[in-house]
Design a protein around this ligand. Structure first.
Ligand code: 6R9
Length: 653
């Protein structure tokens, strides 16, 4: 990130300001009010959604270790599916709720109205109900980006059941761990997932996963391609056939505001992924509010977030936020570069997209293909551009601004996390001048603090750098880790007492604007996807030929960070290109393609402290080719290991 904080700023255009829900003065006023009296502020914002029983209390929060609890609107009841579907029927039943754009551009897009959405959600809910799914039960969803993924989410919400989506790029092992971790009753999958002209055999992955799960788990199969699959009688259920026979209406179950809506597994710095739990009322209020204000969404707009529903961005900003607001949301099954690098822009032109939200990694990949793929499309419908998932480098920001936005559109660089449920730091269109690479300002009700990493003291100078924490809560905050509240407290509230610790480092400039500098823990960010280095390490050491492994991130031109693995082989093993390939394939099968190592360096030894702790700081520097800045190596048990690693690195061993 540039140290020059006086870098060029981009003021919003007159057209953006004229259109905006929130102007600069309004932001200042509302932000101050949100911190001065959170109960009053959120009490008002809670009215965005329909409650069955209204709330009498807004907030009950404590971040004190040993007593952490986070409750919002706790005595109220609602149904999330009714909020996203039923409440729009009277006013916009015939409006398109979801535009489905298939992977293959020759296949017709589908326009699903709110009325049709209602019917499909109810049918899916009835199918699940017939399988004994009710309030509080868990359902795992392992689907491609097809409308049935949204139906499944909303059907669970309708029944008060808790969904846990597993990204379709995860392996059978990862899927099995999540089915077992949440003790799910039903797994919803598809025969195949078409993506980029290829097909992932989801059903056969599900078959492999279910071998490791309780035999009572049912498998509901959506036939996306109609391709060949094996079928286990009594366990596998044909969604199409059952939905056709199911009733087209289904009562929306009343749930408490603090009843869980979903579990979503995400990587942390230690151990296996943790099940982040979001609840119903506060989450929906926050998703709806941020979707409207951060993207400056207006009635009638067509809004497109290119994420996958397997990630939190897909939950909050493809399904729950936009549908709670009665928007038209695009679901895209494909990838940015298929059939060619024009696909995103062709879809924008075809569906007259107004708000477009994607990841820096996609922008970098498309930038590398050249501007002609953008220039041949009519992008005049676009009003707001957004990014999410990782820091955006100024080159990519400038390209997005100039080539895609024609230098006229606001770019909202939204910083947030699976844990936060929705955007926490972001500029608002029309309210803020932009600085390429800065996530700018806290959203309403968000109080970021920068702490000195070792002492944990809050830094009060405007311009400073440290770890990013949050003071106080917001309605979209995660409530616990599924089945492990202790781990929740330890992970987020124990390093810095009284604050929520984000795991990110940040810089605040002299204007008070925030710049995320990246993770300060052992989490890496590969193409905007979070990966715990510990997970890749444990996959590697599970291989019979591997004695030890240490994994770090390193700068990667397209992915942001790549996965760099130092591997020590068993004594009787010889390094070879074949073995390297074997280990890559191994990690892909253990976790999924997103975890495939980019570099494997053979390492006869790893730098360790005398107490046996691997010194990752040193490994990171070597992976970055930054041999001059290794820092203090005097605490190493055997400093010569480092020289050897550097020699090997230079020889690209
Ligand atoms: C929404 C999402 C969260 C981590 C987060 C941070 C990084 C996300 C960012 C960003 C800089 C942004 N991150 N958005 N870094 N600028 N605009 O991505 O959730 O998958 O949980 O990842 O991603 O490091 O801590 P999640």
């Amino acid at each position: 990130m540039s140290a020059d904080t006086k870098a060029k700023t981009y003021a919003p255009s007159a057209a953006t300001i004229a259109h905006a829900h929130i102007t600069e003065a309004k932001y200042d006023e509302m932000y101050a009010a949100s911190l001065a009296d959170p109960d009053a502020f959120w009490g008002e914002q809670g009215k965005r959604i329909d409650w069955i029983k209204p709330y009498s209390s807004v907030r009950d929060v404590d971040f004190t270790l040993g007593n952490v609890h986070i409750n919002w609107f706790a005595d109220a009841t609602l149904n999330v599916s009714a909020n996203c579907v039923d409440r729009h029927l009277a006013t916009r039943g015939d409006q398109t709720a979801i535009i489905f754009e298939p992977d293959n551009p020759d296949e017709d897009a589908q326009h699903i109205t709110y009325k049709a959405l209602h019917e499909s959600v109810c049918r899916m809910a009835n199918v699940l109900k017939d399988q004994g799914v009710g309030k509080g039960d868990r359902v795992v969803i392992y689907l491609p980006m097809i409308p049935e993924a949204a139906y499944a989410m909303l059907a669970c919400a309708r029944l008060g059941a808790i969904h846990s989506i597993v990204f379709a790029g995860f392996s059978p092992d990862a899927l099995a761990a999540r089915v077992n971790g949440s003790d799910a009753k039903v797994l919803i999958t598809a025969d195949y997932a078409p993506r980029g002209g290829r097909q992932t055999p989801l059903k056969s992955n599900a078959d492999a996963a279910l071998l490791h799960c309780k035999d009572t788990v049912k498998c509901l199969v959506v036939k996306r391609t109609g391709g060949q699959t094996t079928w286990v009688e009594g366990r596998d259920l044909d969604y199409g056939a059952l939905a056709a026979d199911a009733a087209p209406t289904c009562e929306a179950v009343e749930v408490g505001a603090e009843d869980p809506l979903f579990i979503l597994y995400t990587s942390g710095s230690t151990g296996q992924p943790k099940g982040v739990v979001h609840t119903s009322g506060g989450y929906l209020v926050y998703a709806a509010m941020t979707q409207e204000l951060v993207f400056d969404y207006h009635e009638g707009d067509v809004y497109w977030c290119t994420a996958d529903v397997g990630w939190v961005t897909g939950h909050s900003y493809i399904v729950y936020g936009p549908l709670a607001n009665g928007a038209t949301t695009v679901m895209f099954e494909g990838v940015p570069t298929y059939p060619d690098a024009s696909r995103f822009w062709q879809v924008c032109e075809k569906h007259k997209v107004n708000q477009f939200y994607t990841a820096p990694t996609a922008i970098r990949a498309l930038m590398a293909k050249g501007p002609e793929f953008v220039e041949k499309c009519d992008l005049s419908s676009l009003k707001v551009l957004g990014t999410v998932g990782e820091p955006i480098n100024p080159e990519a920001w400038n390209w997005y601004n100039d080539v895609v936005g024609g230098g006229k559109l606001p770019i909202v660089d939204t910083w947030w996390q699976t844990e936060t449920g929705g955007h926490l730091l972001t500029p608002l269109p029309g309210a803020h001048a932009l600085k390429p690479g800065s996530a700018m300002k806290p959203f309403f009700g968000i109080e970021p603090v920068v702490l000195e990493p070792t002492s944990g003291d809050e830094i009060h100078d405007t311009a400073c750098e440290g770890v990013l924490c949050l003071k106080g809560s917001w309605p979209g905050q995660m409530r616990t880790i599924w089945g492990d509240h202790d781990r929740f407290e330890k992970t987020y509230f124990s390093d810095y007492k009284g604050y929520y610790f984000t795991g990110d480092g940040c810089r605040r400039d002299e204007d008070g604007d925030y710049w995320i500098t990246g993770r300060v823990d052992d989490v890496i960010n590969v193409s905007g996807h979070r990966m715990g280095t510990a997970e890749v390490e444990s996959a590697l050491v599970a291989h019979p030929k591997v004695a030890e492994a240490a994994v770090v991130g390193y700068p990667h031109e397209i992915k942001g960070q790549g996965i760099y693995c130092y591997v020590t082989l068993m004594n009787d093993q010889e390094p070879s290109e074949e073995l390297r390939q074997e280990l890559r394939t191994w990690v892909r099968t253990e976790i999924g393609p997103i975890a495939a190592p980019d570099v494997i360096q053979w390492s006869p030894g790893l730098p360790k402290t005398r107490s046996g702790k691997i010194m990752r700081r040193i490994l990171r520097k070597i992976a970055e080719d930054d041999f001059g800045a290794l820092g203090d190596t005097s605490t190493l048990a055997d400093p010569s290991v480092v020289d050897e690693l550097i020699e090997n690195r230079k020889g690209k061993a």
